[in-house]
Design a binder for this molecule. Structure first.
Ligand SMILES: Cc1cc2nc3c(=O)[nH]c(=O)nc-3n(C[C@H](O)[C@H](O)[C@H](O)COP(=O)(O)OP(=O)(O)OC[C@H]3O[C@@H](n4cnc5c(N)ncnc54)[C@H](O)[C@@H]3O)c2cc1C
Length: 393
């Protein structure tokens, strides 16, 4: 049965995936419009996947999904990796909002928002962080007042990836100041609403993939509240699990390391990579990545058997970040000076992608909850250690 599906997936991917996109990084920065809109092959690939329902393989067909079961989804992912293909819908809307709405949304919210995500045509951003609320997210202050027939939202968000290209934002807002976590609600905000202002933050590289976001007396219809008022913290925690799940998934993808090293560093008389120290580290990395991927596979299988263990999510997020950062370091080392280009002539696509990826990889251990915070959660949840004392105690 699964072998028949593998053959079907393989044949379809080979007929439909544009080879020009092979092993290219799918979404270098979430919602990056120039990438998504500038490459015609990318659009072709997105639309074919949307039509097939394989951009959201496990979702119900009524929302644009493919209704594949867990095993089929896994096979599809394996077959995509084999040829360097990727899921073009894998952006904020698909990885974070979609599963959250499937669990907590009303029928109307699911019908309104999920199909656009499954087709890759609606872009979402995540309005969680604020200038005084990053790791300590529950300190957020963006005010949301019930005006009777609508909500009025006032405040500032920061580090909002892709806000300047997004159609919608899922945001955490404060609806009660008397309780920290119990005063937060989860709201869907149309980015075209009057009073929404985004200011891209320019990075040293010149790219501007995230923004400050100002919400100046923004009117939000009441039907855009997900779940109950003041119960948004529970929804946010679930969404952060989906985010960390997706961030820990699929690390170690991209251009295959060993052939790259053989080509760039050269081989000795026995056909081994010429630099023995690099060879040892490549093998160590390959073993660690393999162990990590096998663990991910085991956990997915346990989840399928009803033994999902969410306590492992922070550990996997940290391990996945580490595997991906070491991989990015190794590629840079293999490429040497050719890994230092940013744009323009004199560098191949693989080389340019490597330098972008290396810089981007620095952020893996920050976003979605920093490395230290994941360790704190693991210490508390897995080891049963007490929380850190409040500052000054
Ligand atoms: C590339 C990128 C994209 C992002 N995209 C988004 C987005 O789309 N939407 C969004 O809402 N946010 C986004 N973020 C924000 C991200 O979630 C926050 O940066 C992150 O949660 C850390 O918060 P902070 O930056 O305020 O750092 P802080 O909380 O100020 O932390 C600074 C340092 O102190 C450490 N630290 C803090 N508290 C503790 C503690 N109790 N114990 C031990 N160490 C501690 C942290 O681990 C970190 O090393 C993005 C960030 C990056 C880098």
């Amino acid at each position: 049965m699964s072998e028949a599906f593998r053959a079907e997936a393989r044949a379809w991917l080979e007929a439909n995936f544009p080879p020009s996109l092979a092993f290219k990084n799918p979404v270098p920065y979430q919602n990056d419009a120039p990438y998504a809109e500038g490459d015609p092959d990318w659009i072709v690939w997105r639309d074919r996947m949307a039509e097939k329902g394989w951009g959201a393989p496990g979702w119900p067909k009524m929302y644009g999904g493919g209704e594949l079961d867990h095993e089929q989804t896994k096979i599809l992912t394996q077959e995509m990796r084999r040829i360097g293909a990727f899921n073009p819908m894998k952006m904020t809307g698909y990885t974070m909002l979609g599963p959250t709405l499937l669990e907590f949304g009303t029928e109307e919210q699911k019908a309104q928002h999920l199909p656009g995500v499954a087709k890759g045509v609606t872009r979402w951003c995540q309005g969680f962080s604020e200038p005084g609320a990053g790791s300590d997210l529950a300190s957020l202050q963006t005010k949301c007042v019930d005006m009777g027939d609508h909500y009025l939202v006032e405040g500032q968000k920061i580090w909002t990836s892709g806000a300047n290209h997004a159609d919608w934002c899922f945001a955490l807002v404060r609806t009660d100041t008397s309780s920290k976590q119990g005063g937060i609600s989860f709201l869907l905000i149309d980015m075209k609403s009057e009073g929404v202002e985004t200011r891209p933050i320019t990075l040293i590289s010149g790219s501007t993939h995230f923004c400050e976001m100002f919400l100046n007396a923004v009117k939000v219809p009441k039907e855009n509240l997900v779940g109950e008022i003041n119960k948004g913290w529970g929804i946010a925690k679930r969404l952060l699990q989906f985010e960390r799940d997706s961030l820990s998934e699929g690390r170690g993808e991209g251009v295959p390391l060993l052939p790259l090293a053989q080509e760039r560093v050269g081989t000795d008389a026995e056909g081994r990579i010429a630099d023995s120290d690099l060879r040892t580290r490549l093998v160590a990395h390959a073993m660690r990545a393999q162990a990590y991927n096998l663990t991910m596979g085991r956990i997915a299988a346990e989840g399928k058997a009803g033994q999902r263990n969410d306590a492992l999510v922070p550990v996997l997020k940290n391990l996945g970040s580490d595997v991906a950062q070491v991989r990015a370091d190794l590629i840079m080392e293999i490429l040497g000076e050719q890994g230092l280009g940013w744009s323009g002539e004199g560098y191949s696509d693989v080389e340019l992608d490597a330098s972008h990826q290396w810089l981007h990889a620095r952020a893996f251990s920050i976003y979605g909850g920093s490395f230290e915070i994941q360790n704190n959660i693991a210490a508390k949840v897995l080891l049963g250690l007490p929380s850190a004392p409040a500052p000054g105690r």
